[in-house]
Design a protein around this ligand. Structure first.
Ligand SMILES: NC(=O)C1=CN([C@@H]2O[C@H](COP(=O)(O)OP(=O)(O)OC[C@H]3O[C@@H](n4cnc5c(N)ncnc54)[C@H](O)[C@@H]3O)[C@@H](O)[C@H]2O)C=CC1
Ligand SMILES: O=C(O)C(=O)COP(=O)(O)O
Length: 529
């Protein structure tokens, strides 16, 4: 395996560089490159991994040039700066570090709330300017005030915990917050309208989605209690900035503390310059501790994937642990090849794919194996398919995917059988991995076989009648085709037979037609693995 190469295009902690080096990965640390999208597009083709924070925008255009790229690692939480569908369709894993900076970000929200309650930035400016405006900066107490949390996930929950410690009353709107979790956190679960009506402070902690964009728009802000203070340390776009600016000017909203903006870097913004507005430049995650956490974690996760195929915290693929990755790998290869065998033989529209696991293999994490099987079956029809986008493509095409597991052990410790339901018929083939780690096909159309996969093969279905092998060998010899291995199977003497032959080069259409003319041959097909 060639040494994988990673580009760090944002200001990650140097801890990440060291981890990559220690793991034997070549690393290029260019902390400001992410801001230069043309340069990034120009060099991204040289890398297997890209480690980022929020300044690098991984667009479809960048991904088009990322011919070697296997993984994007986000040292942080939000992946809204990565075009996930484009990454998925190119087979690029996108992973984040979902907890590494959550305490730090929650602390920033609390700091913003306190700064807002006591107008600390403005009081600081005034004092250091030599004014002593003691009467100007009258604050509000937090104790017994109501804090409304919109989005009570990892960060929102930590904010709730700290706010309870500050003796605030905490209410939360989050459709996915369970009643039990709310009780455990000491928060009251409420509807959004209720939260708007009751909260003295509102803090947002949801991702930016179609549902959360402008969740605080002009009409929501109008429903808020007069004198409300609003904190956003989650994502720009959750609050309509222009509507909020108007509400601050009218005195309906008493203040706002924003760390994130619709447009970043924010150089001009409707909120800038308004009284009692505090702004920070997306500093939520910026502490030494959090940056070290996320950098170490993302570098370990990316290295695990590039070196071992282990997947953690991917937003577009199921997890595979470092322990199971080497055990799964040979079965991934088997499933893809078996699937490919069936896909190459199928000419009618595919309606469903069933993946059956017998014996030990069924105890492994089979989601990656399923993805490999689907990829193999569908690749002859859709060359752009890969393990990362396979399940989504099957769903989009209306192809049903079924997984069946049985602990029954037959002749093999582990067996994978794939059944492809097409409009004309169902085709099935089964295979295993033996001690040598090589995948083998052991059953085709219920006929026992023992064939290894080779780059070029010929598949023949015929009646089990004398004379076929001689004629077939002569045809290949006359065409100058060298046979590497020859495998035969039949259901009974004189019944249906199958022949799988590995050859040194792809056979021509003329030769295939000649083979099909041999008496008793029903079908001859060229296969490529
Ligand atoms: N300012 C900064 O530097 C940082 C900002 N963030 C941002 O903080 C946000 C939250 O992060 P986490 O708590 O880790 O995420 P999380 O996924 O743990 O929590 C998000 C919560 O929002 C809830 N939610 C989703 N849609 C909702 C809706 N329509 N209405 C109400 N609630 C909804 C979810 O149920 C979930 O509980 C993310 O957008 C992340 O990017 C994270 C780290 C640093
Ligand atoms: O982790 C997140 O979602 C953040 O917003 C932090 O962004 P940053 O890494 O500081 O650019």
């Amino acid at each position: 395996m060639t040494t994988p190469k990673v580009l760090i295009s944002d200001a990650l902690s140097e801890a990440a560089v060291q981890i990559f080096k220690d793991r034997g990965i070549e690393v290029d640390f260019q902390p400001s490159l992410g801001k230069d999208k043309d340069k990034l597009a120009e060099i991204i083709g040289n890398y297997d991994g890209l480690a980022i924070r929020s300044a690098t925008k991984v667009t479809a255009k960048i991904l088009e040039n990322a011919t070697r790229l296997k993984v994007v690692g986000r040292a942080g939480i939000g992946v809204d700066n990565v075009e996930i569908p484009a990454a998925t369709s190119r087979g690029v894993i996108v992973m984040n570090t979902p907890f590494g900076n959550s305490i730090t970000t929650a602390e920033h929200a609390i700091a913003m709330m306190m700064a807002l309650a006591r107008q600390i930035p403005e009081a600081d400016r005034s004092t250091q300017a030599g004014k002593w405006e003691k009467n100007k900066f009258m604050g509000v107490e937090l104790t017994a005030k109501t804090l409304g949390i919109i989005g009570c996930g990892n960060i929102g929950s930590i904010v709730a915990d700290r706010a309870v410690g500050l003796k605030m009353r905490v209410i939360a709107f989050d459709p996915y917050l369970s009643d039990e979790r709310a009780v455990a956190l000491g928060v009251h679960k409420v509807e959004l309208e209720d939260l708007l009506r009751r909260a003295d402070f509102i803090t947002l902690h949801t991702p930016l989605t179609d549902k959360t964009r402008n969740i605080l728009d002009a009409s929501a802000i109008a429903k808020c209690k007069k004198g409300v203070r609003i904190i956003n340390c989650a994502r720009g776009g959750l609050v309509d900035e222009a509507a909020l600016a108007e509400a601050i000017k009218s005195g309906h909203v008493a203040g706002a503390a924003f760390d994130v903006f619709v447009e970043e870097p924010a150089t001009a913004n409707p909120l800038f310059g308004l009284p009692n507005v505090i702004c920070t430049p997306h500093l939520g995650a910026s502490t030494t501790e959090a940056q070290e956490n996320v950098a170490l974690q993302v570098a370990e996760q990316m290295s695990d994937y590039l070196l071992q195929g282990a997947i953690t915290n991917a937003v577009n693929f199921p997890s595979i642990s470092a322990e199971e990755a080497p055990r799964i790998k040979p079965f991934v290869t088997l499933a893809e090849k078996l699937g490919s065998f069936l896909g190459q033989l199928t000419e009618a529209a595919i309606k469903g794919i069933r993946i059956e696991y017998e014996g030990e293999v069924g105890k492994l994490n089979t989601r990656a194996i399923n993805a490999a099987a689907i990829t193999g079956v569908l690749r002859p029809f859709m060359p752009e398919i890969n393990m990362v986008n396979a399940a989504a493509i099957a769903k989009e095409k209306g192809i049903t995917i079924e997984e069946v597991k049985s602990s029954h052990e037959g002749d093999y410790e582990s067996l994978i059988r794939i059944v492809v339901e097409a409009e004309d018929m169902a085709r099935h083939a089964a295979g295993t991995v033996l001690q040598d780690g090589k995948p083998r096909m052991v059953e085709i159309r219920w006929i026992d076989m023992d064939a290894e996969f080779a780059p070029h093969m010929i598949y023949i279905r015929n009646d089990d009648k004398p004379g076929f092998i001689g004629r077939f060998g002569t045809l290949l010899g006359e065409a100058g085709v060298n046979v590497a291995t020859f495998n035969l199977g039949r259901d009974q003497a004189g019944g249906n037979a199958i022949c799988l032959v590995a050859v040194d080069e792809a056979v021509s259409d003329d030769l295939l037609r000649a083979i099909e003319k041999i008496p008793h041959v029903k079908r001859a097909r060229r296969l490529k693995f």
